[in-house]
Design a protein around this ligand. Sequence first.
Ligand code: CA
Length: 237
Amino acid sequence: MSSGKKEAIAPLVLLVEDELAQRELLSYNIKSEGYRLEVAEDGDEALLLVAEEQPDLIILDWMLPNVSGIEVCRRLKVKDTTKHIPIIMLTARSEEADRVRGLETGADDYVVKPYSVSELMARVRNILRRVRPGSVGEILLYGDICLDAERHRVTREGKKLKLGPIEFRLLMTLIEKPGRVWDREQLLSRVWGRDADVDTRTVDVHVGRLRKALGKNGGKNPIRTVRGTGYSLDLED
Ligand code: CA
């Protein structure tokens, strides 16, 4: 399939579940939604995958061998590089005290087994709409820039702009989190995909093209170069 590039920008969901049947059922549903998927069978594997892949959302079973789900959640929520990743906890426990404990650990949502898969997927969509709005077809606005992900259209001050596919994905990544500083590696993995055989200098080339396209009708350069690091969509200074 040649859809690799499209997939690179699809939200990445990490599923952490030790029970095979649950894992298969959820994997199927997550992929059906068009999301990318990584799967871990225990807490250690989950922590490794989070560090490597930076998922957009984690579905985390509470009862796991070795490192428990609650411990995984706690460790991720105290680390600056991972605390922003939303976590939905899955648990067989339904006691109110456990629920409170789960949320205190920083889980963003909490689903009690046996759950309805469609309800869980609705929760997943809700969270992704918040953290990856472009990837679920929302219209994104920043300053005078408007990106309509579903129609693949970008305008600035209402005037339509022509962007190549890479520039479009770059802008979509940047506009989802204005002000965030992305390093070149992060942009590479988000826009080209993790396995792409692309040099980080290529990022600079395409950022240059995106800048040019966005400045076609004048207006301030909205992409800030952060020396020694990378880029940020930033009209503030
Ligand atoms: Ca379990």
